[in-house]
Design a protein around this ligand. Structure first.
Ligand code: SAM
Length: 218
């Protein structure tokens, strides 16, 4: 197992802004990638996020003198994130399904928060809602396939950290923590899990998140 406490308290704050026409609803607090990058990598390491979103992982990687790499499917978000990175040429506007074809170097650490989906919804966020790819089963299969692709660019022995929360909508509970564990375990070995207890999050919102840690053993 890796040396990360099983319970970590972090501030729930969005320190960076997002694009004026965007919402920070699916942005994770800087405290998550900052803590993981600080603890699990060293200066000069290559840190990858296959779902870069508003750029949080890349900004934290640069602030900690690591080299950021990222992929984001949404054009506006890609421009927002790449436009603020010193290493903007390492940020790709692409589908994470195409990661093996992007010519990326081998990474030292992956830190990410994939888009979440409720199991009773049809709209698959990994496919931008394309009806040909609707449903929770397809979403999980795509997530497995994307991380199988991520594996091709990870160094041997490197760690992959995924932020995830279970989703409760009305009476329907979606066990995303369990299901992400299954998906990632198809390509990587689970080596740790930390519960993140949020400090200062709205009381209507979940008061904790999970970070699942996997190792690329081969
Ligand atoms: C939960 S958000 C990530 C937020 C990010 N951690 C941050 O703090 O800004 C997930 C992101 O994945 C992107 N995304 C969804 N499907 C994708 C795909 N197939 N390939 C690449 N990016 C995708 C979405 O556009 C969204 O920005």
């Amino acid at each position: 197992m890796i040396n990360l406490p099983s319970l970590i308290t972090l501030p729930f704050a969005h320190e960076n802004t997002v694009a004026a026409d965007d919402s920070a609803e699916d942005k994770y607090p800087e405290s998550i990638p900052r803590m993981l990058i600080q603890r699990l990598s060293k200066k000069g390491d290559k840190v990858f996020d296959p779902f870069l979103g508003h750029g949080t992982s890349a900004f934290e990687a640069e602030a900690l003198e690591r080299i950021p790499y990222g992929v984001e499917a949404d054009g506006g978000r890609y421009e927002w994130a790449a436009g603020q990175c010193e290493y903007w040429q390492n940020i790709f506007h692409a589908d994470a399904a195409d990661i093996p074809a992007l010519g990326l170097p081998k990474m030292d650490l992956c830190v990410s928060s994939p888009p979440f989906m409720a199991r009773h919804h049809k709209w698959n966020p990994l496919a931008g809602g394309d009806p040909d790819f609707s449903g929770y089963g397809t979403y999980l299969q795509m997530l497995s396939d994307i991380f199988a692709g991520v594996k091709t660019i990870m160094k041997r022995g490197s760690l992959v950290c995924v932020h995830v929360e279970n989703v409760q909508i009305g009476k329907v509970f979606t066990p995303l923590v369990r299901d992400f564990s299954f998906c990632l375990s198809e390509s990587f070995v689970p080596v740790g899990e930390s519960i993140i207890k949020w400090e200062g999050r709205d009381t209507n919102e979940p008061q904790h998140s999970h970070v699942l840690i996997f190792k690329n053993s081969q």
